[in-house]
Design a protein around this ligand. Structure first.
Ligand SMILES: C[S@@+](CC[C@H](N)C(=O)[O-])C[C@H]1O[C@@H](n2cnc3c(N)ncnc32)[C@H](O)[C@@H]1O
Ligand SMILES: [Zn+2]
Length: 289
């Protein structure tokens, strides 16, 4: 975590400022604790990544394999103890570690999908921003690109393995946080550009749109979506289609740009393995406030 990121972060439970206790420092904070004195809550920074989850035990208990790996790699004793005590609670959860690692590799192998260059081309036409946020940024393909032409850029994702890959490229105006996109990890901070690419079937769409609308008082919201909502028990409660998505954005005071008024079918190809590719055709929308 960059030391300069501290001023932008807030306690996800009460909205207060956080205090930083850095244990291992190089170009950035590699191990440390962010603390909310008001809630008496501690958010660990492990392997340069802050985990800003309301309840760390709830974050790590479905990722016990990840927890054990992180435990081995940690140097600071306070953090080791913190992790160990969280790992010892709730032992019977299904483990998400391998699933998240597998998808991180798929995104790594799909970096060169034409989809990302198409989105980059469209975003290049937008005005440069002081503060940019990407929700569900995964390995940071777009986040890192945006840092080359905007002032300060943040990415949020719930996958630790994805952010470990994202954190391999250091830029002094680019940082990543483990957080639930629906939480108020930045308090009332306003962004002039927000990206939400291919995440509406994973994060309750109406709630996310409402949340992002509050994060932009003047600026651009960039959304792409394959509308792949059929996910069994993991499905969101209220899926949207290409028309209701546009109407909802209008209701949240976004004007849809002329080029994205009509639904589109951009190719988004994910290389699952050397013999299989997942080929989506995604819709693309830019909303302006
Ligand atoms: C389908 S992937 C899309 C990744 C990237 N936006 C792209 O288009 O290449 C969805 C991403 O959202 C993340 N995600 C899912 N639910 C989330 C949540 N509640 N908060 C933050 N990130 C979440 C996943 O970990 C995953 O990296
Ligand atoms: Zn708090």
């Amino acid at each position: 975590m960059l030391e300069s990121s501290l001023e932008f972060l807030r306690c996800v439970r009460c909205g207060s400022k956080l205090e930083l206790n850095a244990f291992k420092l190089d170009k950035e904070i590699e191990e440390g604790i962010l603390e909310c004195k008001k809630c008496n809550l501690e958010f660990p920074i492990i392997d340069k990544i802050p985990v800003l989850w309301d309840d760390f035990t709830a974050y790590i208990s479905p990722r016990k394999k990840l927890g054990s790996k992180l435990y081995q790699s940690l140097e600071n004793q306070h953090l080791k103890k913190f992790l160990k005590s969280s790992l010892s609670k709730n032992p019977h959860n299904e483990d998400r570690t391998e699933l998240e690692e597998r998808w991180s590799k798929i995104y790594e192998n799909s970096r060169n999908s034409k989809f990302y260059s198409l989105i980059k081309g469209s975003i290049d036409n937008l005005p440069k921003s002081d503060l940019v946020l990407e929700h569900g940024c995964s390995i940071g393909i777009m986040t890192s690109y945006l840092a080359d032409s905007n002032k300060m850029v943040f990415g949020v994702d719930r996958s630790f393995s994805a952010l470990q890959i994202a954190k391999k490229s250091y830029k002094n105006n680019l940082d990543y946080f483990i957080a639930d996109s629906l939480s108020s990890v930045f308090g009332k901070l306003q962004f002039s550009l927000i990206l939400a690419l291919n995440i509406l079937e994973l994060i309750e769409p109406m709630e996310l749109l409402k949340h992002m609308s509050k994060q932009i008082s003047s600026g651009y919201l960039v959304i792409s979506e394959p509308y792949d909502f059929d996910r069994g028990t993991n499905s969101v409660r209220k899926p949207l289609d290409e028309f209701t998505l546009r109407t909802t954005l209008n209701e949240f005071d976004f004007k849809i740009t002329a080029k994205t008024k009509k639904p589109s079918y951009l190719p988004w190809n994910l290389k699952l393995n050397p013999r299989a590719t997942l080929n989506y055709k995604v819709d693309f929308i830019i909303g302006k406030k």
